[in-house]
Design a protein around this ligand. Structure first.
Ligand SMILES: NC(=O)c1ccc[n+]([C@@H]2O[C@H](COP(=O)([O-])OP(=O)(O)OC[C@H]3O[C@@H](n4cnc5c(N)ncnc54)[C@H](OP(=O)(O)O)[C@@H]3O)[C@@H](O)[C@H]2O)c1
Length: 337
């Protein structure tokens, strides 16, 4: 397959290009920089708001777009109609209506413009994604829309998952406290996807000519936060009991973290912000989506973090702030295991 990745230098786009190359496909990426993410990939310099001529007169078996601006998405889809066999688009699971089913799936109600959701930080972004999904109507062949949730893994700029194995490795090495703040309670359901798994599914869906909307939030069912944190502890070289989890109450944390951006919270969102904690990815699983275990993701992000020279993390808390939050928000501490 000859695959065009619009945005192929970004977090997910990089992994799509890598998975496609691994599967033996030819890959072209398009972004403003015009830089190939690695050897063996053709790169085109394209500004989605400007001149798209580098995409003209080109044919591809498939194209994947990760962009959010609806006009730009529609423009590219229209330009590539007739010269690309199948189209893929990366949307988000926050498009589902907060008052919809507890376990939403494709076809369920989505957000609408002009609703009383103006204070919801997800509203604007979600409406943009919905408009972009609609704009794909400019394409004339099969379109697979992948609605993703929190994407994690190597190269994740948010560090929302990376925080955990890194924080735990610091604790085990004596560089941070062994009392570790944890959000909510151990049974709290948590969902995320390793971007490499989404990428592999995107490549598979395009190569198979799938047509439809897929929820792609892992790991296929919600898992308890404690299980994910224990996997992160194991990845860091620890065992249950090596650290003490300081479980912070939902209400206290919501108050304490009002000023903290969504992406700076390590896998923790106020329950009223993202009510869907059990996205149903069964259609995508039936179509070939596979999720790797938390332990593998945790080991790989820790290795990637060390390779990149262990910079400060975009998510999480400095030691003083974490200690303050433990003192202010926890009702008790408990070892895992
Ligand atoms: N991360 C998550 O947890 C999450 C959750 C839900 C949905 N999503 C969605 O998933 C998608 C994932 O994308 P990603 O992670 O790969 O994004 P990303 O890391 O932000 O990468 C963006 C890519 O687009 C290119 N780009 C940006 N502006 C451009 C322009 N004007 N013209 C042409 N290219 C441009 C960038 O390269 P240049 O800078 O060189 O142009 C880069 O290659 C996004 O649409 C995001 O909204 C993500």
């Amino acid at each position: 397959m000859r695959l065009l990745v619009l945005g192929g230098g970004g977090f997910l786009g990089f992994h799509v290009a890598a998975e496609a190359r691994r599967a033996g496909h030819d890959v072209t990426v398009a972004s403003r920089s015009g830089e190939a993410p690695f050897d063996g990939v053709e790169a085109l310099a394209v500004d989605r708001y400007g001149d798209l001529s580098p995409l003209e007169d080109r044919t591809f078996d498939a194209a994947l777009d990760t962009f959010s601006d609806a006009d730009a998405v529609g423009r590219a889809a229209g330009l590539l109609a007739g010269s690309v066999g199948a189209y893929g688009y990366v949307s988000g699971m926050s498009v589902y209506h907060p008052d919809g089913p507890a376990v939403p799936r494709a076809g369920d109600p989505v957000r609408r413009e002009g609703e009383a959701l103006d204070d919801d930080p997800l509203q604007e972004r979600s409406l943009a994604k919905l408009a972009a999904e609609d704009a794909l109507g400019a394409f004339d062949g099969p379109v697979s829309v992948l609605r993703v949730g929190i994407m994690v893994g190597p190269r994740d700029p948010s560090d929302r998952f990376t925080w955990w194995p890194v924080r735990l490795a610091r604790a085990l090495a004596g560089r941070a406290s062994r009392t570790v703040l944890a959000p909510g309670d151990p049974s709290r359901a948590v969902q995320y996807s390793d971007a490499r798994d989404i990428a592999a599914f995107a490549v598979h869906a395009l190569a198979s000519g799938h047509d439809g909307t897929f929820d792609t939030v892992g790991p296929g069912r919600a898992q308890p936060l404690a299980a994910v944190l224990d996997a992160c502890l194991e990845a860091a070289g620890g065992r249950p009991g090596d650290v003490t989890w300081a479980w912070a109450g939902e209400d206290a944390l919501r108050d304490a973290l009002r000023d903290v951006e969504e992406e700076a919270r390590p896998l923790w969102f106020p329950e009223d912000q993202i009510p869907q904690d059990a996205i149903d990815s069964s259609a995508a699983l039936a179509a070939g989506l596979r999720f790797r275990p938390a332990l593998e993701t945790a080991r790989d992000v820790l290795a990637w973090h060390r390779e990149r020279g262990e910079p400060g993390l975009a998510a999480g808390f400095d030691p003083t702030r974490e200690a303050e939050l433990v003192a202010r928000c926890t009702t008790g501490t408990a070892p895992t295991g």
